[in-house]
Design a protein around this ligand. Structure first.
Ligand code: SF4
Length: 258
C-alpha cells in the first residue's frame, strides 16, 4: 500500500510536496503550464500536515511556495491553520489564479508573493507564458488582479516577483502592469534563466528565440519599479537592492546605481 493511501486510511491529510526544509515548503502541482517551469517536472512525495509542521518546528517565519500551493486547498488550509496557531509568520507565494482560496486563507498569511508575468491585457503573451489558451490566460490575468486586491484590502504585505524575459517584459509593459496593481511593498526583478532552480530553457522558448536578458536591462526596468515599491530587488548574475520608495540614492547591495 502506498504511503499516501495508508495515511488517508488513517484519516490523516497528506500534502504532495516537492521539498520541506530551511523554513520553506515547496508544494507540488500547478494550475498553470508555463513552458519554462522547473517545478512541474520535479518529483514529489506525500507528507502529512503534522509531519510538515514538525519539520518547521524551529522556524519563526515560514515560506510556502512551489509550484502552486493553492491547488491543494484543503491540506494547505490545515497546514496554515496549524502554523499560524504555532505563532509562525507565513509568506505565501501564489500565481493568484484562485482568488476565492486567497480570501479563505487570508487570515493566516502575513505576506503574499504574486508572480506578475506580463501586462494584464496582453493575452497573447500571457497565453505563451502560462501555457494556457487565450481564454484561460485572460481569466488568469483577471483573477490575479482580484487576488492582489483581496490581499491589499486586508493590508497584507505584497511582493511582486517578475521574471524578466525580453519581449515579454518591457519598460512600457511593466509600467502598464504596475499602474494596474498600484503600490506594493517589494518588487523583485529576476533575470530569466540565470538560476536553473527557478526556470529552464525549454524547446518552446528556444523557438521564441528568447535569450537571457542582460543585467543592464533589469537596471533600466528598475527606473520604473522604484516608483511602485518601497524596496526593489534585482537578482540574477548580481543582486542589487534599492530602497527608499522612488529614490535610488539609498542602495544596499553589491552595486550602486546612480
Ligand atoms: S512557473 Fe510557477 S506558475 Fe508557472 S507552472 Fe511553474 S509553478 Fe506554476
Amino acid at each position: 500500500m502506498r504511503y499516501s493511501e495508508a495515511i488517508r486510511r488513517l484519516g490523516i491529510e497528506a500534502m504532495k510536496v516537492i521539498k520541506v526544509g530551511r523554513c520553506r515548503v515547496e508544494v507540488a502541482f500547478c494550475n498553470l503550464r508555463c513552458p519554462y517551469c522547473v517545478h512541474l517536472f520535479q518529483e514529489h512525495r506525500d507528507l502529512s500536515v503534522d509531519e510538515i509542521v514538525e519539520k518547521l518546528g524551529e522556524c519563526e517565519s515560514v515560506y510556502i511556495g512551489g509550484a502552486e500551493p493553492t491547488v491543494q486547498k484543503k491540506e494547505l488550509k490545515q497546514l496554515l491553520e496549524k502554523l499560524y496557531h504555532n505563532g509562525k509568520s507565513i509568506t505565501l507565494k501564489t500565481d493568484g489564479m484562485l482568488p476565492d482560496v486567497i480570501e479563505e486563507l487570508l487570515q493566516f498569511v502575513s505576506k503574499f508573493v504574486f508572480e506578475l508575468k506580463a501586462e494584464f491585457d496582453d493575452t497573447d503573451n500571457l497565453s505563451k507564458l502560462t501555457g494556457l489558451d487565450r481564454e484561460r490566460a485572460a481569466k488568469y490575468a483577471g483573477n490575479l488582479l482580484k487576488s492582489i486586491e483581496i490581499a491589499r484590502k486586508r493590508e497584507k504585505k505584497i511582493k511582486l516577483w517578475i521574471r524578466v524575459i525580453p519581449g515579454f517584459v518591457t519598460k512600457q509593459s511593466l509600467e502598464k502592469a504596475l499602474e494596474r496593481v498600484g503600490k506594493v511593498n517589494e518588487i523583485m526583478l529576476y533575470q530569466f534563466l540565470s538560476n536553473p532552480k527557478w526556470d529552464r530553457e525549454s524547446g518552446e522558448f528556444s523557438e521564441f528565440k528568447i535569450k537571457k536578458p542582460d543585467f543592464e536591462y533589469l537596471i533600466k526596468l528598475a527606473d520604473i519599479a522604484v516608483n511602485f515599491a518601497e524596496r526593489v530587488v534585482l537578482t540574477g548574475e548580481k543582486r542589487v537592492v534599492l530602497e527608499g520608495g522612488g529614490r535610488k540614492e539609498k542602495v544596499i547591495g553589491e552595486q550602486v546605481i546612480k
